[in-house]
Design a protein around this ligand. Structure first.
Ligand code: FAD
Length: 484
């Protein structure tokens, strides 16, 4: 660890004027927001829900400024929470209603620091938008593979802190596999420089991994060294109709083997999700002449001279022979491929347009997905036959968003109560099938209760001991993952 800030022991509480004066002197007027009328974009989330107001919003532009702010908060015992692109789905970046938190937005910490195309690495400020990072990598003939629906707004710091996954995990891994080094401001204001660009580094404990997926509870990420891949020169997208989930998984096994490591995405899209996409984007064409119960959207890509068309055609043929494949389309142009991917994006909007619904993000062993899907569908139908199941996901990673739309006739309170009950039922089944209630979105506050319920005593004591070690005063992102 380097640089020691925040050493003065001066724990006197301070008032709003003093906090404002400190922040303005450090950041200039544009670096502080204290007018509640301007809090909206920091408190309203992707779903449009309004969270609580923070005490103030600080917008530092350098890692040192983040460290100074955190040291000040530590000294005066001010609770704080980091915010990136605010696209997280478990309420972690929203200020806590019960404590006046200082919201530290990383939006101005957005420099691409260095790209090394020989080392296939790139170091960036944590406030860089994911799409900007992907574009910069591409300009250097490299590829940063993290890809998700929110990539136009989410930030690298948020991706690191939620260990984001997305569409290409089966080939490139989650953020844990894509980070070589980190720079982090610890809860007392010390700045840890772990910005190593090493592909191999076995010097004992791997500290950076503690901060990945920690949802800002152990420190604020200010910089990251990212692992790049060769830029794919060609890619092919296909939509394949299959009779059921079991066939989709059989096809997955086949695709993993016959497309080698070139398979980069394998998404499950039931027909009901396709219909949602058409509701949100009525101009989208139905890609096949007939409607089928289940579809798989897959992508293969290569950076060398490989015949991807032949690879996918072979998959079609063998899949049809084994009766896993009913029909399909191989996109013949980039525009057609984009249209197929738009189905994947638009169905989320369609789901959102239907109003109150249950969003889950579960994972299971890939071989256990069919049994879980059947058990969960049966259990939901038994309890509430009119609830609609919207189950899609990155099934190549065993990740299913088993979402539920309640019967439209119910009033809002009844819908909420029903969905809560169904969530408990689903999570019990996830447990029984040896899965996880959070595949990629994290715990935040939204998933805290079921997370804690399932946590053994030993695990709880290790996790809370870790939190106490880093943040003994419980100032940073308190109440996220673990209770305050
Ligand atoms: C349309 C849509 C699609 C999505 N698809 C996927 C997907 O396919 N896969 C997936 O994994 N996720 C997905 N997500 C959720 C995903 O978690 C986020 O999009 C993203 O990783 C969060 O980044 P953010 O910058 O928006 O973080 P925020 O939402 O701002 O923050 C998320 C958490 O990280 C903390 N945090 C943020 N920045 C920092 C920092 N610099 N240091 C420390 N803590 C920090 C916050 O306090 C909070 O707890 C999706 C979200 C949306 C809205």
């Amino acid at each position: 660890m380097s640089d020691t800030r925040g050493q003065r022991d001066d724990t006197m509480p301070i008032d709003t004027a003093e906090l404002h004066r400190f922040l303005t002197e450090l950041l200039g007027a544009g670096g502080v927001i204290d007018d509640p009328a301007e809090f909206g974009r920091y408190t309203t989330d992707w779903a449009g829900d309004k969270g609580s107001d923070p005490w103030m919003v600080a917008r530092p532009g350098t890692p040192e400024q983040v460290a100074d702010i955190v040291a000040f908060c530590h000294r005066h015992r001010i609770p704080m929470v980091a915010q990136g692109g605010h696209s997280g789905l478990v309420g972690g970046a929203q200020p806590d209603a019960e404590r006046r938190e200082l919201l530290i937005s990383l939006e101005r910490l957005n420099r691409i620091r260095h790209i090394d195309p020989i080392n296939f690495s790139m170091s960036v400020d944590s406030g860089c938008i994911l799409q900007t990072v992907k574009d910069a990598a591409e300009a250097a003939d490299c590829y940063f593979p993290l890809a998700l629906g929110a990539q136009g707004s989410c930030q690298i710091g948020g991706n690191v802190s939620t260990n984001a996954g997305g569409l290409n995990v089966l080939r490139y891994g989650m953020m844990r596999q894509l980070v070589l080094g980190l720079e982090v401001v610890l809860p007392d204001g010390r700045l840890w420089n772990g910005m190593h660009a090493l592909h191999k580094d076995n010097r004992g404990y791997d500290l950076k991994q503690l901060f990945i997926g920690a949802e800002g509870t152990l420190g604020i990420v200010t910089g990251a060294v990212l692992k790049l891949a060769p830029r794919p020169q060609t890619s092919r997208t296909a939509l394949i109709a299959v009779p059921d989930i079991a066939s989709a998984l059989a096809l997955y096994g086949q695709a993993r083997r016959s497309c080698c490591d070139l398979l980069s995405a394998f998404e499950l899209i039931p027909r009901v999700c396709m219909e949602l996409a058409f509701e949100a984007a009525p101009d989208l064409p139905d890609p096949l002449d007939e409607a089928y119960p289940v579809y798989v959207l897959l992508e293969v890509s290569a950076s060398g001279p490989v015949d991807l068309d032949a690879m996918i055609e072979h998959l079609f043929e063998t899949g049809a022979e084994q009766e896993h494949v009913l029909d399909g389309v191989l996109a013949s142009s980039e525009a057609q491929a984009a249209q197929l991917w738009q189905i994947r994006e638009s169905m989320l909007e369609g789901q959102q347009m239907r109003g109150e619904h249950l969003r889950t993000d579960v994972s299971l062993p890939i071989s256990g997905l069919t049994a879980f899907f059947e058990a969960a569908s049966h259990a939901v139908a038994q309890r509430s036959p009119d609830t609609q199941i919207i189950a899609y996901g990155h099934i190549g990673d065993g990740n299913l968003h088993f979402n539920l739309l309640p019967p439209p006739a119910l009033d809002l309170e009844a819908k909420k109560a029903l969905l809560h009950e169904l969530e408990t039922l689903l999570f019990d089944l996830v447990d029984a099938h040896h899965g996880s209630i959070s595949a990629e979105h994290g715990i935040g506050r939204v998933k805290q209760a079921p997370f804690l319920e399932d946590l053994g005593e030993l695990e709880y004591s290790l996790l809370s001991g870790l939190k106490r070690l880093f943040d003994p005063h419980g100032l940073m992102a308190a109440g996220r993952i673990l209770p305050r």
